[in-house]
Write a new protein. Structure first.
Length: 310
């Protein structure tokens, strides 16, 4: 692209989203469902982050909160530095409309309307003039590699192309934060790669902070940070660094556990089960690390009658 397609945003680099011990309880017919049980995490402006985790672990709930579609039951959630619990409905709606773009698995496109009009139409409600709508829509479709499909209708496009139109709809609004909840769920892997590529463009070239919920293992090679959610909590994070050869490729995936503000550390179940760690573990402080050992060395036929702290 020869020139910046969107009005220049002026985000001072900072924290895009910060969750501190966020809980979400749904009440349904008198039954309480704890969807989030103390999520603590921070996403900086300009990051491209993937969120993974088993079905029901709370990923969509978290995206709803990040997108200001709902408020936490307890804990603090800051979006663009502001606590969403302290905002009124109108303020929340403004934040959502002005700063956040959503891409969902169902495309939500108008089937009989061209790609460029699908992208341009929502801008009508934002008071954007006709020629500016057209310019922004064309630029957004260009950003997702669809300049050759401007006049195609969704029914005349492939699944991956439709999903990229949906990304363009979100981008036309120059969101600071782009949230995508399983945008490739129904796509084959090659098509999914083109959708992840479009999200990468939104991040690298347009400067949006991008969070994508996905089950697709391929995404881990495209993002620097993968956050795993389990049972309504962040369990581990995997960070990647640039390859030393300067090729721009990512390598050195390192897995991290999350240390919350109360000093709590959640160890991945695969690791603790393998070593038979339960109830309590033995700690040893070393000059440069902390060692964690099973309470008892595992012995065949051992009982755990003395396990557990009094
Ligand atoms: N509106 C709601 N009312 C009641 N319970 C809900 C509601 N939305 C979600 N839940 C429950 O909260 C938990 C987390 O749901 P959520 O949709 O966040 O999971 P998810 O990680 O996105 O799962 P999936 O990978 O299947 O999309 C689930 O047990 C779900 O049944
Ligand atoms: Mg979900």
């Amino acid at each position: 692209m020869s020139e910046a397609p969107f009005p220049a945003a002026d985000p001072p680099p900072g924290v895009a989203i910060e969750a501190r011990d966020v809980h979400k309880v749904y009440r349904l017919d008198g039954v309480e469902v704890s969807a989030l049980r103390g999520v603590t995490l921070r996403v900086d402006e300009g990051e491209y982050v993937a969120i993974t985790g088993p079905s029901g672990s709370g990923k969509s709930t978290l995206m709803h909160l990040f997108g200001c579609l709902d408020r936490p039951s307890s804990g603090t959630l800051l979006v663009g530095g502001r606590s969403i619990s302290e905002m009124g409905d109108a303020q929340l709606a403004r934040l959502r409309n002005n700063e956040i773009g959503f891409v969902f698995q169902s495309f939500q496109l108008l089937p009989r309307t061209s790609a460029v009009d699908n992208v341009a139409l929502p801008l009508v409600y934002r008071g954007v003039g006709r020629s500016e709508r057209r310019r922004r829509a064309t630029a957004a479709l260009e950003a997702v590699n669809l300049s050759h499909r401007l006049r195609h209708r969704p029914t005349q496009m492939s699944g991956g192309e439709q999903q990229r139109v949906a990304i363009a709809v979100a981008l036309a609004n120059s969101p600071r934060v782009l949230l995508a909840d399983e945008p490739t769920g129904e796509l084959d892997s090659a098509t999914a790669a083109s959708v992840f590529g479009a999200l990468q463009t939104a991040n690298a070239e347009l400067g949006a902070t991008v969070l994508v919920v996905t089950h697709d293992p391929a995404v881990s090679s495209m993002v620097r940070r993968v956050i795993a959610i389990r049972d309504g909590r962040t369990s581990t994070e995997t960070l990647r660094r640039d390859a030393a050869d300067g090729s721009g490729a990512l390598e050195h995936a390192v897995e991290y556990a999350v240390l919350d503000r109360a000093g709590r550390l959640q160890l991945p179940r695969e690791m603790t089960e393998t070593l038979g760690m339960r109830d309590r573990v033995r700690l040893e402080a070393e000059p440069d690390h902390i060692g964690v050992w099973p309470d008892q060395p595992q012995r065949a036929g051992a009982t755990d009658s003395d396990g557990g702290a009094a």
